[in-house]
Design a protein around this ligand. Structure first.
Ligand SMILES: Nc1ncnc2c1ncn2[C@@H]1O[C@H](COP(=O)(O)OP(=O)(O)OP(=O)(O)O)[C@@H](O)[C@H]1O
Ligand SMILES: [Mg+2]
Length: 421
């Protein structure tokens, strides 16, 4: 797009403009046919958008973005982190300086002062909630509330009432009027975690909040205006869900105006050491002990391990070994399901082949893979019902849940596709 400077003052911000374009796109996307009045309306919207584009100042649109983008390749990663610090960026405890993490932080920095919705995506445990807090802390609402809602943890039947509140008598048990999380987040930020779990009816309501900042309590006709900045997160492929008809495409386009992708830990291995240092100190402080030392083979293992549970898994491991080891932690302090077997007669000489994967590691990985496939096939058989699967396996449901979490399996994806109108 060619930048044209005009003397006229812009009437809307670049962000609002993007949103208007998104509204038009979604209006078109759901149209089967267009009649003349609709075509005229869209043409007139296009004309006014074109005029706004011409008006918006060069500075607001591109200067900030290009200046910070210029020479990105030339600046070292440490330099990029230092520059964020110099701009008073609040890291909220985010450690690491891999290229992918810095890319994510720099997008977060640009998104933070706007009121645009942000979609954070990444595998389980990569730091999505932490990133949402970073966006809140660097924005204009940092002194207001940050309300976090895990859409995947609330039973579907209660989710809408939790988010939007309800009117007395709206359903059995609704003994009084109650406000929901959106109203509580008024003026601040609402973080909707696991947005892919939001049922269709909730998706429609969320779309309304994004379009007009209005909510409706369950069982009420009254529209209530709320001013909450929306940040959402997912570890699912929302695009694929749109294709399958389980996530509204118009909602997807509204929430993904700004997208921050957090890479899995195995794609930023150069950060593992700095995280280990930080986490051993954090664990020492919280457990009131000296920072634990790591044996060579444990250190080796931790640097090569794949971390399906990402930073949360690394954190749990470090806290666990800090609690179990006296002075120096070793392989035996690792959780059993990831512990590599120590070869007979092996002392501290690593049982892990430094040039590749050892036999023990290969066995462990194979066994992990079998476990994963077993669970997936069980879920297919039980139509995604974890309780049923736990019964069949003769295991406790919580344990099955934790195994699913470890492998990043979402049981809901195994349910028979819901039909949508
Ligand atoms: N870059 C980082 N530096 C330090 N700690 C981190 C970093 N990223 C994440 N953590 C820590 O890892 C843990 C998991 O992070 P968080 O809860 O934000 O992940 P998540 O992506 O929301 O996970 P889930 O998908 O399971 O909900 C938290 O204890 C968080 O503080
Ligand atoms: Mg989370």
């Amino acid at each position: 797009m060619k930048v044209v400077e005009t003397k006229d003052e812009p009437t809307v911000s670049f962000g609002t403009l993007l949103e208007r374009i998104e509204i038009m796109r979604s209006a078109l996307r759901w149209q089967q046919q267009l009649d003349r009045p609709q075509i005229d309306k869209l043409l007139s919207q296009c004309t006014s958008l074109r005029e706004e584009v011409l008006r918006i100042s060069l500075t607001e649109r591109f200067v900030k973005a290009t200046v910070s983008g210029q020479g990105k390749g030339k600046r070292s990663l440490a330099q990029r982190r230092k520059e964020l610090l110099e701009r008073d960026f609040v890291f909220e405890g985010v450690f690491g300086e891999s290229r992918k993490l810095l890319d994510a932080l720099e997008i977060a920095e640009k998104a933070a002062p706007t009121d645009l919705p942000v979609l954070i995506d990444g595998e389980s445990g990569t730091g999505k909630e932490l990133m949402a807090k970073v966006i809140h802390a660097n924005g204009n609402r940092s002194d207001k509330v940050f309300i976090s809602v895990n859409c995947g943890a609330i039973p579907e039947s209660l989710l809408e009432s939790e988010l939007f509140g309800h009117k007395k008598g709206a359903f059995t048990g609704a003994s009084a009027d109650r406000k929901g999380k959106f109203e509580s987040a008024d003026g601040g930020t609402i973080f909707l975690d696991e947005i892919g779990e939001l049922p269709m009816s909730g998706q429609v309501k969320l779309l309304r909040v994004l379009q007009s900042n209005e909510i409706q309590r369950v069982g009420s006709d009254q529209l209530i205006v709320v001013d909450a900045r929306i940040v959402v997160a997912t570890n699912r492929q929302l695009m694929k869900m749109c294709e399958e008809g389980t996530f509204r495409e118009d909602l997807y386009y509204r929430i993904s105006v700004m997208q921050v992708t957090i890479p899995p830990l195995r794609e930023r291995r150069d950060e593992i050491q700095i995280l280990i240092d930080y986490l051993t100190n954090a664990a020492a402080e919280s457990l009131d002990r000296n920072p634990v030392k790591l044996s060579r083979r444990l250190d080796n293992f931790l640097r090569k391990y794949d971390y399906p549970g990402n930073i949360r898994e690394l954190r749990n491991i470090i806290f666990r070994i800090s609690c179990l080891a006296t002075e120096t932690a070793d392989i035996e302090h690792l959780p059993e399901h990831i512990r590599p077997k120590i070869a007979h007669g092996d002392s501290d000489a690593s049982s892990i082949d430094t040039s590749g994967v050892s036999l023990n590691d290969a066995k462990r990985m194979a066994s992990e893979e079998v476990e994963k496939q077993y669970l997936e096939s069980g879920l297919r058989e039980t139509d995604g019902q974890v309780t049923k699967l736990a019964e069949i396996l003769g295991m406790n449901r919580t344990h099955v849940q934790s195994l699913l979490k470890k492998h990043g399996i979402n049981s809901k994806e195994f349910r028979t596709k819901k039909s949508v109108g």
